[in-house]
Ligand binder design. Structure first.
Ligand SMILES: [N-]=[N+]=N[C@]1([C@H](N)O)O[C@H](CO)[C@@H](O)[C@H](O)[C@H]1O
Length: 829
């Protein structure tokens, strides 16, 4: 019956490009049809936002077509699939990226023009999908773009938060948080799959039942919630493949207790049902440590259970022997947030599929791989057993069993070394007995990946030293990457066309190694002139944005010096601000004649602080009071400006990065697992001023240390410096600027006391004092280079030319080959 219908449809439409045409007239018609029939506004009168909606729905139609063809082809070929489990996906906007990956941006721009709209203006109507905090979350989004573009059969699974990462409002220089109700006007980029829903169980008890002489565990849940799927097609660039990001939303389950209904306690019954929806409501805005909150744990299990039910249902469609599961499925755990998936697969295989433990464990340990993104042992997730035992009683039993078997095996390998046994145990005894989710992930997974070469060294020598010594073969690294589609082609179209012109091809967009071809043209004056022009145009756009935001006029001749990332003490935005105070102080104390030699700077800082992170919030306030002083000081004029860009997100980054001359990555060496912002700046020809930390070390290998401005203690020097503690004496310049803040030179004397206290000798854990002198030297080197435009442009072109290694395409190819064992599966039509 469906075969017949398929044949009839194919005959009717012929197979290739079955339905939608992409010529300008067809696009105009589709946009108007959606304005009229989907947005329900008259096709004759609609505004920019309705044009955005109409346009987006017409683009979505073309995504759905490719999504269907891709998944029908995957179904036909039944390749090994990758399932990428992550609690966060920082997608940003979808419109521009989608039309560029579909290869029909120009057609759409023309169609809109015919209808009297401007593409860029309409594209600005879209809000960011901010379903994540920072680097880890954006990394997933870049990796999904690469998985699609490289034709890998992959799915992303996550949570459909109703509230994304909070909006940052700055009031009198203080950060306030506002809810990000991003779904207010609907979301054209998702498809609600009402028929794809699964019950997720919580609480309850575990009973034992005897079946055919076997005792099996039966989990009697206390509460059930429904998980409903929302699909987000992810189009590849230059391919028909479009893969899926499936996000789960919690809905009241249709199982309801008649009891409360009949007692007429109707309202409470409904309220109870409403409670269910809160599970997927809010993204936890903390980019730091794990909070032992029950709701957070519910979120973890909710998306893990729904995802695994969906994955196993798909596997069972074509397979009924679970020994094939690891051949057909690769499960990627992105940090420890999805690690409960390990216990869940064991529960399904043992309790529901009745496999014996060792067979189940063999399958489970071959199907999972784990990537950690942190260097701070204290940031590793630990779940109190009381919390876990109450919410997921069967999973706690299973984790205890996994740990018991692991401890037995370990004792047989290392003997009665109790310190090491307790350090490696998945169960942490002590005041709050807890489950170490990182230990569980390492014990289970075949491969544990760090996110940069330096990160792996830190995992081996510090964070997971015991495990590395036991299982060195498990530990690998896959250097992070960013997608050149969004971070160059979408956000910097002028540079993108310039690169294609000088490389004589656009294939670098899919084959990033070609960027190295720019090296042979680096000294060509025409390229240098055009390169400079592109940067100038992008700087003008950024300057306009700054003026709109803050009313501050900035000079395009100044060096645009940028630090944009989450606010953290280890990322040392405070070092940047103290450096600016030093620069200001120097200019103030200069002879007017010397001021002519000062290289004008526009210092731009942006980033959100976790709502409960007090010190980070003080750093934001300090930035504003210093800016207030400098920007209103007539003596300074255009020599120095400081601007804090509020509500930093993916779209702001897409505007700021192309307009930046210099970007700062100041983490205390050994604290940034990788960093990915640096890679986006590098691709856009922006020079880096940085410590040799995380991925910066590999960037130095690719573009050369002499093509960057490096400073500060090295990773292997920091532990010894920490030992020195109070004996480490900070330089006078540093003491002077700290004194200025402490004495209230910028006001708020008492408010900044605790911030200044963190910099006192012996307390300066992040070594701002120790690194201050070399930091100022690096800044001076940047000044000297900036006044030599040819040298600067030379370094800028070489930065882009050497950025190929840091494409997420590279990262994904490495993972596919060495961790997941998946092959491209390109949809042929
Ligand atoms: N969570 N986490 N970790 C991070 C970032 N904060 O999101 O992951 C990012 C992605 O791996 C890293 O680049 C960054 O160094 C690391 O701190």
């Amino acid at each position: 019956e469906s075969g017949e219908r398929k044949a009839k449809v194919e005959k009717m439409f012929g197979f290739m490009d079955a339905f939608l045409k992409n010529d300008s007239f067809s696009l105009q018609k589709d946009i108007l049809d959606h304005v009229e029939y989907t947005v329900a506004r008259s096709r004759f009168i609609f505004d920019d936002f309705e044009a955005y909606q109409g346009l987006s729905y017409s683009v979505r139609d073309r995504l759905i077509e490719r999504w269907h063809d891709t998944h029908r082809y995957f179904k036909k070929k039944d390749p090994k699939r990758l399932y990428f489990l992550s609690l966060e996906f920082l997608m940003g906007r979808s419109l521009s990226n989608s039309v560029i990956n579909l290869g029909i941006r120009d057609q759409y721009a023309d169609a809109l023009n015919q209808l009297g709209f401007e593409f860029e203006v309409v594209a600005e109507q879209e809000g960011d999908a901010a379903l994540g905090n920072g680097g880890l979350a954006r990394l997933c989004a870049c990796q999904m773009d690469s998985l699609a573009t490289l034709d890998y059969p992959a799915w992303g699974y996550g949570l459909r938060y109703q509230y994304g990462l909070f909006r940052q409002i700055i009031l009198d220089g203080f950060q306030l948080e506002e809810p990000d109700y991003w779904l207010n006007f609907g979301n054209p980029w998702e498809i609600e799959r009402v028929h794809v829903s699964y019950p997720v169980k919580f609480y309850g008890t575990v009973e034992e039942e005897g079946i055919q002489g076997q005792t099996i565990k039966v989990w009697i849940p206390g509460e059930t919630v429904e998980a409903v799927a929302y699909d987000n097609p992810i189009p590849g660039y230059g391919t028909r493949n479009a893969i899926n990001l499936r996000l789960w939303a919690a809905k009241p389950s249709d199982q309801y207790d008649m009891e409360s209904y009949n007692t007429g306690d109707y309202i409470n019954a409904i309220m109870d049902r409403q409670k269910a929806e809160t599970i997927s409501n809010v993204l936890y805005p903390d980019d730091r440590s794990y909070q032992g909150k029950e709701l957070r744990l519910k979120q973890h299990y909710f998306f893990v259970s729904a995802s695994l039910q969906d994955i196993i249902r798909r596997f069972r469609d074509d397979h009924n022997n679970f020994d094939e599961f690891p051949e057909k499925v690769a499960l990627q755990i992105n940090d420890t947030h999805p690690s409960l998936a390990i216990a869940e697969v064991m529960r399904v295989l043992v309790d529901e599929e009745h496999l014996d433990w060792s067979r189940a464990w063999d399958i489970t340990s071959r199907v999972f791989s784990f990537t950690t993104h942190t260097v701070h042992a204290e940031a590793l997730e630990k779940i109190p057993v009381d919390l876990l035992g109450n919410l997921l009683p069967r999973h706690l039993q299973i984790i205890y069993e996994i740990n018991y078997k692991f401890m037995e095996e370990l004792k047989s390998m290392i003997g009665q070394d109790y310190d090491r046994l307790s350090r490696m145990s998945i169960v942490e005894e002590g005041a709050v007995k807890s489950i170490r989710m990182a230990n569980l992930s390492i014990v289970c997974c075949q491969i544990v990946n760090g996110v940069s070469k330096v990160h792996l060294d830190l995992l081996k020598e510090r964070v997971f030293k015991d495990f590395y010594e036991l299982w060195p073969q498990k530990f690998q690294y896959k250097t992070n990457g960013v997608t050149q589609r969004r971070w160059v082609v979408v956000s910097n179209p002028n540079l993108s066309s310039l690169i294609s012109k000088w490389l004589g091809t656009e294939s670098w967009i899919r084959n990033v190694d070609l960027l190295a071809g720019l090296r042979q043209h680096v000294s060509d004056p025409d390229l240098q002139r055009e390169w400079k022009m592109v940067k100038k145009v992008n700087k003008a756009r950024l300057a306009e944005y700054i003026e709109t935001l803050s009313g501050i006029k900035v000079s395009l001749d100044a060096m645009f010096d940028v630090q944009i990332k989450r606010i953290h003490e280890y990322k040392r935005q405070l070092l940047n601000i103290l450096g600016i105070i030093h620069r200001y102080d120097c200019i103030k104390n200069m002879e007017t004649s010397d001021r002519r030699k000062v290289v004008p700077r526009v210092c731009i800082i942006g980033g959100k602080a976790a709502p409960g992170y007090d010190i980070a919030k003080k750093i934001i306030k300090l930035c504003h009071v210093v800016a207030e002083k400098i920007n209103n000081d007539a003596d300074i004029g255009d020599l120095l400006k400081l601007v804090f860009i509020p509500d930093y997100n993916v779209s702001v980054a897409e505007l700021v990065i192309p307009g930046s001359d210099l970007s700062q990555h100041l983490s205390t060496a050994g604290h940034e697992a990788s960093g990915t912002g640096s890679m986006k700046f590098l691709m856009n020809g922006c020079l880096l001023l940085a410590t040799a930390d995380g991925a910066i070390v590999e960037i130095m290998e690719e573009v050369g240390a002499d093509n960057m401005f490096l400073f500060g203690a090295k990773v292997n020097e920091v532990p010894a410096l920490h030992e020195k503690g109070a004996s480490l004496k900070a330089p006078l310049q540093f003491l002077r600027v700290v004194r200025m803040v402490r004495d209230g030179y910028f006001g708020f004397k008492d408010y900044f006391k605790s911030l200044c206290d963190t910099l006192e000798d012996g307390k300066d854990f992040y070594l701002l004092g120790y690194d201050f002198a070399s930091y100022l030297e690096a800044q001076a080197a940047a000044d000297r280079t900036f006044v030599d435009p040819e040298k600067w442009i030379h370094m800028s072109i070489l930065s882009t030319a050497g950025s190929g290694k840091f494409s997420s395409d590279k990262t994904i190819e490495e993972y596919a080959k060495h961790t997941w064992g998946i092959e491209p599966c390109k949809c042929p039509f």
